[in-house]
Design a protein around this ligand. Structure first.
Ligand code: ZN
Length: 189
């Protein structure tokens, strides 16, 4: 659980440390607001994304399913600044054709994004959660994101899209499945 009291004290210290006055009217409630915001932004630390994938349907659908452009917002663990963009997920159901509702995948992405993250690990955690949660024949996850720590500071490269991928199961073994996934997520983009 996020300790909101401790965050409040820490934020008040930061405000003082940058040379501002924590008692100035505009800053008075800032520690409390930041503490509540962090509790929300890091809520995924206490959650298991696999729980979201428990209810599935055996539709006998054994073809590839693709979910494109799932939006996400996360916090880079190096600077605690946001990085955000979209995630594309492809999976090939197990032999019974078991599928899971689209909203469940969006929840998996949200839970994993709401932690201090690096984009590479976020991508592999999404793939692994789906692999373990629904045991499909294969999973492919691609994340595209802009990192505010690259835009506002340091190298200042706005518009740079970082792309990461995690490939599991059949997608790893079969070049044709991989190619189908990548061509489908690139359509009209
Ligand atoms: Zn960063």
């Amino acid at each position: 659980m996020v300790n909101e009291e401790a965050i409040k004290e820490a934020v008040a210290s930061i405000i003082t440390a940058i040379g501002e006055d924590p008692h100035r009217e505009g800053l008075l409630d800032t520690p409390k607001r930041v503490a509540e915001m962090y509790a929300e932004l890091f809520a995924g630390l206490d959650m298991d994304p696999k729980e979201e994938l428990k209810t599935g349907y055996e539709l006998g659908h054994r073809e590839m399913v693709i979910l494109k452009d799932i939006p996400f917002y996360s916090m880079c663990e190096h600077h605690l600044l946001p990085f955000y963009g979209v995630v594309h997920i492809g999976y090939i159901p197990d032999v019974t054709g078991r599928v899971v509702g689209i909203s469940k995948f969006a929840r998996v992405v949200e839970i994993i994004a709401r932690r201090p993250q690096i984009q590479e690990r976020m991508t592999t955690q999404i793939a692994d959660a789906i692999m373990e949660g629904i045991k499909p024949q294969g999973v492919a996850v691609v994340a595209q994101a802009e990192h505010l720590c690259m835009v506002m500071r340091g190298v200042k490269k706005p518009g740079t899209n970082i792309i990461t991928s995690a490939i599991r199961g059949l997608f790893r073994q079969k070049a044709a499945s991989r190619a189908e996934f990548f061509s489908l997520i690139q359509n009209n983009k």
